[in-house]
Design a protein around this ligand. Structure first.
Ligand code: SF4
Ligand code: SF4
Length: 212
């Protein structure tokens, strides 16, 4: 884990209203980005990205900070915090989406494809996503198979957007049990073709680690 440094409650007003000053830790902007990238690596996001990009779904498409052969030239808190529908779904099913969202709510200055995050920020919790790489591999394999089976270009990308929209809607109707149930049903239907993923998820929920 990167450097969550000593508690420093000296600037509790700089951001996040949920944290109390006694719990705040000072952390550099670059360390925040490192934490996010490492968490995504532990989650195995690259397996899913590989399939998504091969099917024309890259979220970096058209970005002026993307250099061919070199990748992103502007690491920032915004793009690190942002999750597409597939990654959101992965964290939603494994129970880590709230933790992810809460962590990034503490990081100010996020913008579109760039950030205005101060060089030092204060957070009151760590980002600790366990290794769920096998789950990502399973989801990636499901997506690959779906993309092959559906001739329509962009099938899995449309699916990604639908899942994304439904998971976002869950948050906006937090107090409406009926709506929540309806949206959860939608997510279940949309994700029903993810058979390898669901098998791996059951293993993960039973034993903490899937055996594929
Ligand atoms: S949209 Fe999601 S899966 Fe696709 S490349 Fe971006 S982060 Fe990866
Ligand atoms: S700034 Fe964001 S969208 Fe642009 S290349 Fe970097 S990660 Fe991709």
């Amino acid at each position: 884990m990167s450097s969550i440094m000593e508690s420093n409650p000296s600037n509790p007003n700089s951001q996040g209203s949920n944290a109390t000053s006694s719990e705040l830790h000072q952390i550099s902007r670059l360390s925040v980005i490192d934490l996010g990238i490492r968490a995504l690596q532990d989650a195995g996001s690259e397996h899913i990205c590989k399939v998504c990009i091969a099917n024309g779904g890259s979220c970096c498409n058209g970005c002026r900070h993307l250099v061919r052969g070199l990748g992103c030239q502007l690491r920032n808190t915004s793009c690190t915090a942002w999750l597409c529908g597939f990654l959101k779904y992965l964290l939603y099913e494994t129970g880590h989406l709230q933790e992810w969202n809460y962590f990034w709510e503490q990081v100010p200055g996020q913008d579109y494809r760039e950030d205005f995050t101060p060089e030092v920020v204060f957070v009151d919790n760590r980002l600790s996503i366990p290794s769920i790489r096998e789950l990502s591999e399973a989801l990636a394999a499901d997506l690959e198979e779906l993309a092959r089976a559906h001739i329509a270009i962009g099938f899995i990308i449309t699916l990604r957007e639908k899942i994304d929209k439904n998971i976002d809607r869950l948050d906006t109707c937090r107090h409406d049990v009926k709506k929540q149930a309806r949206i959860k049903r939608n997510i279940k239907i949309l994700s029903s073709p993810f058979q390898r993923f669901h098998k791996a998820l059951r293993e993960y929920q039973l034993h903490g680690s899937p055996s594929l």
